[in-house]
Write a protein that binds this ligand. Structure first.
Ligand code: PLP
Length: 456
């Protein structure tokens, strides 16, 4: 067993952590956080501190930690066949079974699943396939992708461009050309406070239509969006937003990519966010909840309309020139099969819906009247508290005041509860594992009240 000091030193000297202040970490100004084990909604660090993880890692450990059914399936698959590729028609029982399980649960008119490793590469795949589709259809100019400000779709070259958060663009020369950002459906932060929700939706639609008119519909291939904005602040859409947006997209023959990396497999209390909001996607992106993060696996669920053109393309041009070594990795696929079985056998999706309503209600009851709480919102087991400097005059904190990070740090220090300070704005996010109990939700709420009281 390594001594803590040595492990900290190796960490500082060798490990490049994602989404981290690199200089501070290398200097040792920010602590190494070494997690050792986990069970249910709790993770435990190397010193034996138990922390209630109310964000399920990065909203991905939906089935909860330490599920033996999933770890046994991973071990059994690793013993039988740790790896074989899925190129040129190869597969394994696990990958074929998982593709069938996904399609059986997916919304109508979905045809095939392409497997990747994470949400970012799945969205890269989607954009490549959309470009291929338009080339096969003989319209090579129809290539631009519209995303939304505050959307999050990954941090690769194209996907970091699709992400509508400045932090992911700054100093990386992003966004790339061909990616456009339109109005976020964020009613609480609307510019015109006099707007009703319906007027704000009309404003979102007009902004989109103006962009399409400006660029030319024949240059725009697709629109990508999360059913509920996630990393950009956990923002459910205002009523009527999605039907109105879909109408515009259909009118201009623009494909819809629904990024369900967070919402897929039950987070909103429905199997997919697309079911929840009546979305008719051309491609659905899945990751996180597909395996509850027991192994890295993502997918692009391809709609019938696209699939037919992809087939036509390979008849005309030969095999599709797109593939990852680890696509449909058997160990990850086995984790996916076992995870979906656990979620369904234990009725965890319904628990997510019930506990989500309970948690949001309890947070609203406890904090709704606080002078610095501007909004308590959510959908399913995904909710957020947004802090404001002045509630009546709608004055927001400056990001540099780091109110969200201060409150999440207090929550951890005082109560050993993890909630996520969302990267932009002063928002605390909650997305616990689906197995959360009422008693655990009560702990989270009481701890949050205490942390808010300590900071504001
Ligand atoms: N899409 C959404 C909606 C996400 O929330 C994320 C990650 O949080 C991604 C894509 C990127 O997934 P990954 O981090 O697995 O690449």
């Amino acid at each position: 067993m390594l001594k803590n000091d040595l492990l900290d030193q190796w960490d500082r000297e060798n490990f490049f952590h994602p989404s981290t202040h690199l200089a501070q970490h290398a200097r040792g100004d920010s602590p190494s956080r070494v997690i050792k084990t986990a069970s249910g909604v709790y993770i435990e660090d190397r010193d034996g501190h138990k922390l209630l993880d109310a964000f399920a890692g990065l909203y991905c450990v939906n089935a909860g930690y330490g599920r033996q059914e999933i770890t046994d399936a991973i071990a059994a698959q690793a013993k039988e066949l740790a790896y074989y590729h899925s190129y040129v028609g190869h597969g394994t029982e696990a990958s074929i079974t998982l593709s069938k399980m996904i399609l059986d649960r997916a919304p109508a008119n979905m045809s095939k699943v392409y497997f990747g490793l994470g949400g970012s590469d799945a969205n890269e795949t989607n954009i490549k396939l959309i470009w291929y589709y338009n080339n096969i259809l003989g319209r090579p100019e129809k290539k631009k992708i519209i995303s939304r400000w505050r959307g999050y779709h990954g941090s690769g070259l194209v996907t970091g461009s699709l992400t509508g958060l400045e932090l992911f663009h700054k100093k990386f020369d992003l966004p790339l050309a061909n990616v456009l950002h339109t109005q976020a459906p964020y009613y609480f932060r609307r510019e015109d406070l006099g707007q009703s929700e319906a007027e704000f939706v009309a404003h979102c639609v007009t902004s989109l239509e103006e962009m399409i008119a400006r660029e030319g519909a024949d240059t725009i291939a697709a629109f990508i969006g999360e059913p509920v904005l996630g990393t950009g602040g956990i923002v459910p859409p205002p009523a009527g937003y999605w039907p109105a947006i879909q109408e515009v997209l259909k009118k201009h023959d623009i494909l819809l990519v629904v990024d369900e990396v967070v919402t897929g497999f039950g987070r909103l209390g429905s199997m997919f966010g697309s079911d929840h909001y009546g979305l008719e996607a051309d491609i659905i992106t899945i990751a996180k909840g597909l395996t509850s993060a027991y192994a890295p696996l993502s997918g692009s669920i391809i709609g019938e309309k696209l699939w037919k053109v992809l087939e036509q393309g390979t008849d005309e041009n030969g095999p599709i020139g797109h593939g990852w070594t680890y696509s449909a990795h058997p160990i990850c696929a086995a984790a996916g099969v076992a995870n979906l079985k656990v979620i369904e056998a234990l009725d965890l999706m319904n628990n997510a819906r019930d506990l989500g309503a309970y948690l949001k209600g309890a947070l609203a009851d406890a904090l709704g009247d606080h002078p610095h709480v501007g909004d308590v919102r959510g959908e399913g087991l995904l909710c957020a508290v947004e802090f404001v400097k002045d509630k009546d005059d709608r004055i927001f904190f400056d990001t540099s005041e780091k109110i969200g990070p201060q409150i999440s740090a207090a929550l951890l220090a005082q109560s050993q509860v993890i909630a996520r300070a969302m990267p932009q704005g002063d928002i605390l996010g909650f997305a616990p594992p689906f197995c959360l109990t009422h008693a655990e939700a009560d702990i989270v709420v009481a701890a949050t009240v205490q942390a808010v009281g300590a900071v504001l």
